[in-house]
Design a protein around this ligand. Structure first.
Ligand code: SAM
Length: 240
């Protein structure tokens, strides 16, 4: 490995954007097959954790193909959701899918790096991110930016792969990650390496209490988390 080669599972802007621009067209199919449809239930739980009102203004980061933003709009109908991502190919699919939405929520789209947000201070009631913070080289910058754009009392809701709490379940899950995910991802997208990164990045990511501690250190309060599917993913909530 050279000095410029990222370590396995290490998120770099080039690596992450390269992976997602390449797999954008197959991302939704991969998600559905890899999680056997369970991801929809995880996103529903995320929407509940947002505790939205009709006048809430929401920012969705690392929005990808828009499933979180569309679930928020369909389930909770807040005033608006700003849908952001830094990979144009992913965001284009989100915009296309949103054309079918005809509810009360105003959906707008913007290219944005989650570590440097092009929004004014205190402009959102809720910020959401699903399966995004793991891909950020500088999580601390993201946390600082989210604190800046949230209104006082606003909440940050993070859905992310985590650490199953029951040992045998964790072992089985890690075998699945190591063998099934790269094979399935490689077959669907031709980018097996991208899915090896996915496996490695999940193994490197902080545990539930570690992520909570990072959020606390950064200045969030009232931090809590809920394990879903035995801790395969965790839903963290933090308040400004
Ligand atoms: C695994 S996908 C998650 C998409 C969506 N939130 C979901 O739940 O399906 C991760 C997304 O994060 C985006 N992303 C990664 N790093 C980013 C960054 N620094 N700023 C903005 N978006 C980023 C990628 O382009 C990709 O679309």
């Amino acid at each position: 490995m050279t000095a410029s080669t990222p370590a396995p599972g290490e998120a770099t802007t080039e690596r992450v954007r390269g992976i997602f621009s390449g797999i954008a067209g197959r991302y939704d199919t991969f998600n559905m097959l890899a999680s056997m449809g369970i991801d929809r239930g995880w996103r529903r739980q995320l929407v509940k954790a947002c505790a939205l009102r009709a006048d809430s203004r929401v920012l969705d980061l690392c929005a990808g193909t828009g499933d979180v933003a569309l679930a928020i709009a369909a389930q909770a109908q807040p005033e608006s959701v700003v849908v952001t991502d830094f990979t144009p190919e992913m965001l284009a699919i989100a915009e296309q899918k949103a054309q079918k939405y005809s509810g009360a929520t105003a959906l707008t789209f913007a290219h944005a790096d989650a570590q440097e947000l092009p929004f004014a201070d205190a402009s959102f009631d809720v910020v959401t991110v699903a399966f995004g913070v793991r891909n950020l080289p500088h999580r601390d910058r993201n946390f600082a930016e989210v604190l800046r754009v949230l209104k006082p009392g606003g909440r940050y809701v993070i859905l992310e792969f985590s650490r199953p709490t029951f040992g045998p379940w964790r072992g089985a899950y890690h075998i699945y990650l190591r063998s099934v995910i790269p094979a399935l991802g490689g077959m669907l997208t031709g980018d097996r390496e991208g899915f090896v990164y996915l496996n490695d990045s999940i193994r490197r990511f902080p545990t539930q209490p570690q992520l909570a501690a990072e959020l606390r250190e950064q200045g969030f309060s009232a931090i809590s988390w809920k394990n879903l599917s035995g801790g395969i993913v965790a839903l963290h909530t933090a308040v400004k």
